[in-house]
Design a protein around this ligand. Structure first.
Ligand code: NAD
Ligand code: MG
Length: 397
């Protein structure tokens, strides 16, 4: 390759951001970091800028940017702040690839900017697709962006699809003999815990995922299985299918990352270590393959693989998200926003673990759902829902 591909990482200091930089460092002859964006972790960002020497570093707020600027005195990295600059860098004409790995709704605007600029977009930030599904996918098609799923399940499904469908999922799964998407999930840390004790779950217990090391929000979402609910909605949009085409399967070992079932009885699965560097490397190099630093599975040391159906009494948030998926865009936008507030309140010890569902269900119940026709309307509903969710949290605590 003559010229290196220029990469922007939105959410550089997080778990996905770190893994992305690790894969880039292993393949430095192919990729160069153009810009890094993050929330407020100045220590981590300083370290990353000194190692990867991006042209730009963008922090969420000016306070953090000011402190980063001081730390980077003498370096060639220009430090900026705010969502507008993140969006500008994601759409910059010199950029080839954008990793979307900001957590939550904050990722929507810069991710859409990358889509509108027709970039190769590696989507880890599932919340942006949950919030804006149809509008997001329409923009991908209209602007000729290449959308590659990084969420391990969706990346696995993508790998199990015929290449004609990978190029254009809108053609419809059934055209290619796909009869079902089997979305696997580990069940999180409380798969076997006495259901009557879930109300006593502590933050430390909830963020300790048995198989994956991830950011705090997605770790709590995995414990409630709201994560699988968000992924259910994500799959519907990514693969242009309906709720009845997707089945959630509990697979506690997290070695099979998801499966695609075909009409002839074949089921194609993607397997590997539970290490996000595999889907990240797949996305960066697609359709080629590069070193991700991940060891292959050692079949001589694997123990039994088990599979069960999810228990909705244990995981009411999963049922709530699947219902919202069937109900439509406004419902999924509301669930996403309510859940972000509820999870933040749980992480701040303001509400209990089981209250996360209570907040989500009450907010959805109190919301008026109408059709959403623009990003502006989506953001307005997101803001309004967050206020409602804060009220519900304050009443519960
Ligand atoms: P994390 O909490 O470790 O990192 C989040 C990143 O977003 C950090 O760099 C943080 O500084 C940045 N950020 C937060 N608010 C911001 C804002 N307002 N503006 C700019 N940057 C902001 O989270 P993570 O685990 O890396 O997850 C990131 C995204 O990827 C989430 O949407 C998550 O659902 C998705 N994802 C993560 C994993 C995983 O294994 N970690 C797997 C699949 C999907
Ligand atoms: Mg996932």
């Amino acid at each position: 390759m003559s010229q290196k591909e220029q990469v922007v990482i939105l959410g550089a200091t997080g778990s996905i951001g770190l893994s992305t930089l690790d894969v880039i460092a292993r393949n430095s002859e192919r990729y160069q970091v153009f810009a890094l964006a993050a929330g407020r972790n100045v220590d981590k960002m300083t370290e990353q800028c000194l190692v990867h020497r991006p042209q730009y570093a963008i922090m969420h707020c000016e306070d953090a940017a000011k402190s980063l600027r001081e730390r980077l005195t003498g370096s060639n990295t220009e430090v900026l702040s705010g969502t507008d600059y993140m969006a500008q860098m994601a759409a910059h004409c010199e950029v080839d690839i954008v990793m979307s790995a900001i957590v939550g709704a904050a990722g929507l605007i810069p991710t859409l900017a990358a889509v509108e600029a027709g970039k190769k977009v590696l989507l880890a930030n599932k919340e942006s697709l949950v919030m804006s599904g149809q509008i997001f996918m329409d923009k991908v098609a209209r602007h000729g962006a290449t959308l590659l799923p990084i969420d391990s399940e969706h990346n696995a499904i993508y790998q199990c699809l015929p290449s004609a469908l990978q190029q254009d999922t809108k053609q419809g799964l059934s055209q290619f003999g796909v009869s079902k998407i089997l979305l696997t999930g580990s069940g999180g840390p409380f798969l076997n815990r006495d259901i009557n004790t879930l109300k006593d779950v502590t933050v430390a217990e909830a963020v300790a995922h048995p198989n994956w090391a991830m950011g705090q929000k997605i770790s709590v979402d995995s414990a409630t299985m709201m994560n699988k609910g968000l992924e259910f909605i994500e799959a519907k949009w990514l693969f242009a299918c309906q709720a009845q085409d997707i089945e959630v399967v509990i697979h506690p070992q997290s070695m099979i990352h998801s499966m695609v079932q075909y009409t002839d009885g074949s089921i194609v699965a993607q397997m590997g270590q539970p290490d996000m560097r595999t889907p990240i490397a797949y996305g960066l190099a697609y359709p080629e393959r590069i070193d991700a630093g991940v060891q292959p599975l050692d079949f001589s040391s694997l123990t039994a693989f088990t599979f069960t159906k999810p228990d909705f009494a244990r995981y009411p948030n999963l049922a709530l998200a699947i219902d919202a998926c069937q109900s439509g865009q406004a419902a999924t936008t509301v669930v996403n926003a309510a859940n972000e507030i509820a999870v933040a309140a749980f992480l701040n010890n303001q509400i209990g673990f089981c209250d996360i569902y209570r907040v989500n269900a009450q907010v959805l119940d109190k919301s008026t759902l109408h059709s959403l026709n623009s990003v502006h309307e989506i953001m307005a509903l997101d803001t309004q829902t967050r206020m409602l969710a804060h009220d519900v949290v304050n009443r519960i605590r």
